[in-house]
Design a binder for this molecule. Sequence first.
Ligand code: ATP
Length: 196
Amino acid sequence: MILVGLTGGIGSGKTTVAKLFLNLGIPVFFADQEAKWLMQNSLSLKAEIINAFGEMSYLNGSLNRTYLAHIVFNDKTRLNELNQIVHPVVKAHFKTWLLKQKSDYIIYENAIIFEGNSASDFDLIICVTDELESRIDRVVKRDHTTRQQVIKRIENQMDDAQKIKKSDFVVKNDSKINLKKAVLKIHNEILRHFIK
Ligand code: ATP
């Protein structure tokens, strides 16, 4: 089975693209969503996060996203520390999930495939990109957050030019694109050229 990593900066549209692969019948592992779920529901992960970031990391049992975001998006070392705690747990869940899949290929959707040095886990990488301003606008609208907060998160991610160089397929998710068509084209190319 071919493992395809799907990545892109915040607000690029990777989840939207991943859902289009899902519509084509391709199994998708949504690693960013899984990480959020595990941070809320895995007792051992919760304990590790509290150990590293303090009791304030959870408020009445719920992940204190504002507190954690304030720490990690102002300090790259702490962001790496959090990723190093969460990533192995997500990876273990992915391995279990993968065993249950029956498909020529699967998609692993994650914002930090390159930043987390996990590109080598995949046979192919798809990168979703768009202009910085459009990405910022999308996230501000979707999350009801501020420009400054979105920019802070973007500053912690690798820039698109570097990601594009390291990717096998690029989806430029701008206003001109027919996203459904672009996804179908990649899907057909994967089936034609990479599935034996
Ligand atoms: P994040 O890294 O923050 O999870 P993402 O890269 O997964 O972001 P999405 O959640 O897919 O991005 O897209 C951000 C927002 O922009 C969503 O509300 C989505 O519906 C919208 N969006 C993405 N692409 C398009 C498009 N081509 N046309 C219209 N809306 C779009």
